[in-house]
Design a protein around this ligand. Structure first.
Ligand SMILES: Cn1cc(C(=O)NCCN2CCCC2)ccc1=O
Length: 117
């Protein structure tokens, strides 16, 4: 039998990995600062300092509404969550520490999941 050519990766299989990864991020014990948009009215300075707010709930909505064409756009938004956190919070603050731990977890998991493909 002729070996079948490797099938092109369809975008939705790429996005399946994103859904798995997002579910793991949301379930992480340090996810609490990132589960929903920062309340701009109750966090002084946030609106001025952080030009592009992002959070896990917004990312989930974008996944559901097919607003990510590929993994790259998804990874850019996840990294935006962590970059915003590092910009606004001291490293030794509760939220700053949670952000560092979540970023380390994310970097490890998407390397594992993407290297497998
Ligand atoms: C990512 N980030 C989050 C906040 C924040 O206050 N999040 C709300 C946390 N809530 C407290 C009880 C439930 C969740 C502030 C600055 C910041 O950079």
């Amino acid at each position: 039998l002729v070996s079948c050519a490797k099938r092109a990766k369809t975008p939705n299989s790429e996005l399946a990995v994103c859904r798995v990864l997002l579910a793991e991020l949301e379930a992480h014990q340090d996810a609490w600062p990132f589960l929903s948009p920062v309340k701009l009215k109750s966090v002084p300075g946030y609106r001025k300092v952080i030009k592009k707010p992002m959070d896990f709930f917004t990312i989930k909505e974008k996944l559901i509404n097919n607003m990510y064409l590929n993994q790259e756009n998804f990874i850019i938004d996840v990294n935006l969550v962590f970059d915003n956190c590092q910009k606004f919070n001291e490293d030794d603050s509760e939220i700053g520490q949670a952000g560092h731990r979540m970023k380390r977890f994310f970097d490890k998991r998407w390397t594992e999941l993407l290297r497998k493909q």
